[in-house]
Design a protein around this ligand. Structure first.
Ligand SMILES: NC(=O)c1ccc[n+]([C@@H]2O[C@H](COP(=O)([O-])OP(=O)(O)OC[C@H]3O[C@@H](n4cnc5c(N)ncnc54)[C@H](OP(=O)(O)O)[C@@H]3O)[C@@H](O)[C@H]2O)c1
Length: 274
């Protein structure tokens, strides 16, 4: 899609929730390069300041930012004073609480925070800004799912469950919002180098056997599919892998994901249940 069409469809402002680092930063840069003014939300104050400085210098667009905890209950109340006069044509919800380990490795409060950042946040932004887009009869929403969401994913069980929520939310909205000319895409990445994963993926086995994509490639490939389909897995190898797992069925897939996690991240030994 050329720059003019992109701006007409999704401009003049794009919000990137969790847009300071990693995949989020790549989204922020992609949108700025495409000519959108960007409003970057993130709780990482330092990362946010650096991203804003770099992108403001590099691109002739307006760059605004807000330090915001996307797990907070009142994100809309915090956001509204800054967004009420902006025409938001595109929302990318990228932030997530991510971890690997047994189900009880963290307390319930932490898991509820994960639920808020990974599910409540995308719902609130999609509901609020999506409504305005539908009224305007144009716009786009991008939600970040995960390949882990295709079946139960042992040792990142709750994370994967939250990502399944994101995938299904976006896919349903894709169909509902289509008549209003609002494009919705659920992105289903495999492994990606990012601020969150640079340490986690740094095991010998993952580096040797894993297919780990660059954040910029994920974003470029995903954005090319916005408006074309309900969901998309960047990376041909990922698409083949997910297809094969689907053929195997859910039980075999769950076992595969569980064993893979054990060998990738726990040297083959199950972490204690409690
Ligand atoms: N990386 C992968 O391999 C992979 C695979 C599948 C799906 N995904 C999905 O892709 C998305 C981004 O991936 P990523 O985890 O690798 O992260 P990332 O894009 O590198 O960074 C996410 C950004 O969001 C910020 N953030 C996290 N929690 C926040 C909160 N409560 N409020 C505001 N900002 C917050 C992070 O800050 P801090 O870093 O300071 O917390 C960071 O700046 C997630 O939705 C994830 O589920 C990633």
């Amino acid at each position: 899609m050329n720059k003019k069409t992109f701006l007409q469809k999704y401009g003049p402002w794009g919000i990137i929730a969790g847009g300071a680092l990693g995949i989020g930063r790549a989204y922020s840069e992609y949108l700025a390069k495409a000519g959108l003014n960007i409003f970057v939300l993130d709780h990482n104050e330092l990362g946010l300041a650096q991203t804003v400085e770099e992108l403001s210098k590099a691109y002739q667009v307006q760059v605004k930012s807000l330090v915001l905890d996307l797990g907070a209950e009142n994100i809309l109340e915090q956001l509204t004073p800054y967004t009420q006069d902006l025409e938001i044509g595109l929302v990318v919800y990228n932030a997530a609480v991510t971890d690997i380990g047994g189900f009880y490795q963290n307390n319930l409060e932490y898991e509820l925070k994960k639920l808020a950042v990974n599910c409540r946040g995308p719902l609130v932004l999609a509901y609020h800004f999506g409504k305005k887009m539908v009224q305007r009869r144009r716009g786009g929403i991008v939600l970040m799912g995960s390949g882990s969401a295709m079946a139960g994913a042992p040792f990142y069980t709750h994370y994967a469950a939250t990502k399944a929520y994101d995938v299904v939310l976006g896919e349903g909205l894709w169909y509902e919002f289509k008549p209003a000319n609002v494009d919705v895409l659920s992105v289903i990445p495999g492994m990606v180098w990012s601020s969150t994963t640079q340490e986690v993926f740094n095991t010998e086995r993952v580096k040797k056997w894993g297919y780990i994509m660059k954040a910029e490639d994920v974003v470029r490939q995903a954005m090319a599919q916005l408006g074309k389909r309900p969901s998309y897995a960047p990376g041909f190898i990922n698409r083949v892998g997910f297809f094969v797992l689907r053929l195997l069925g859910r039980t075999a897939t769950i076992k595969f994901i569980g064993k893979n996690a054990l060998f990738n991240f726990f040297e083959g030994k199950r972490p204690d249940i409690l």
